[in-house]
Design a protein around this ligand. Sequence first.
Ligand code: ADP
Ligand code: AMP
Length: 219
Amino acid sequence: MRLVLVGPPGAGKGTQAQFIAEHLSVPKISTGDIFRANVSQGTPLGLQAKAYMDRGDLVPDDVTIDMVRNRLAEDDARRGFLLDGFPRTVPQAEVLDDMLAALGVKLDVVLELVVEDDEVIRRLSGRRTCRTCNHIWHVDFDPPAVEGVCDLDRGELYQRDDDKPETIANRLKVYAEATSPLVNYYSGRGLLIGIDATGPVDDVTVRAIDALRPLQHGE
Ligand code: ADP
Ligand code: AMP
């Protein structure tokens, strides 16, 4: 299955991507994770992306598109993928259509995680990420057993630089202006399924998997 997750920052895309990708046995491709790995390794791509990320702005389309084109060309993406955080603009979505057409394949579904702004702000303010395995926690809603330590691999948890209040505000504005038009773009193509992404993480996962089930059986 070829699937895209959309929704505002903090909607739970990274959290759900993990479970859904495992369920579908496809690789999870998170552009935010790839950018952050490049920033922490100090690669040329990371140096290019860092200033935009720190402000909560989008990295320019040409940089992002080249990165995704390379990732989708890898072997493990041939039989399906879950994209988390890409596309984030209509031009990115148009290029994705072209890339997939060149490979003779199409997107199967775009899953929108629907959450109000107030909830998104609560989620982003308490987000913590494992430095080694990237697992996502929340200080109140999904806390690890020991504060600051990942339950899965004992890695150190950190707060993302772009989860500061002023950057969160800019990211929500950027989402409204640049990314939310994707909802119309994909619903116009009959690809969009929206699910309520409020409530416990496990409940959202069940809603997501239920929504995808008919597609998995090719109905
Ligand atoms: P996104 O990838 O869309 O930016 P994340 O998956 O990183 O969002 O989630 C943002 C924060 O919200 C994280 O701290 C995560 O633990 C928390 N979170 C995710 N899903 C839920 C949920 N259903 N209820 C409460 N908190 C959640
Ligand atoms: P995320 O982890 O999805 O919240 O992304 C973190 C940051 O990475 C964003 O605020 C952007 O600066 C950058 N980024 C991630 N994906 C994209 C994309 N598709 N287009 C442009 N910038 C992106």
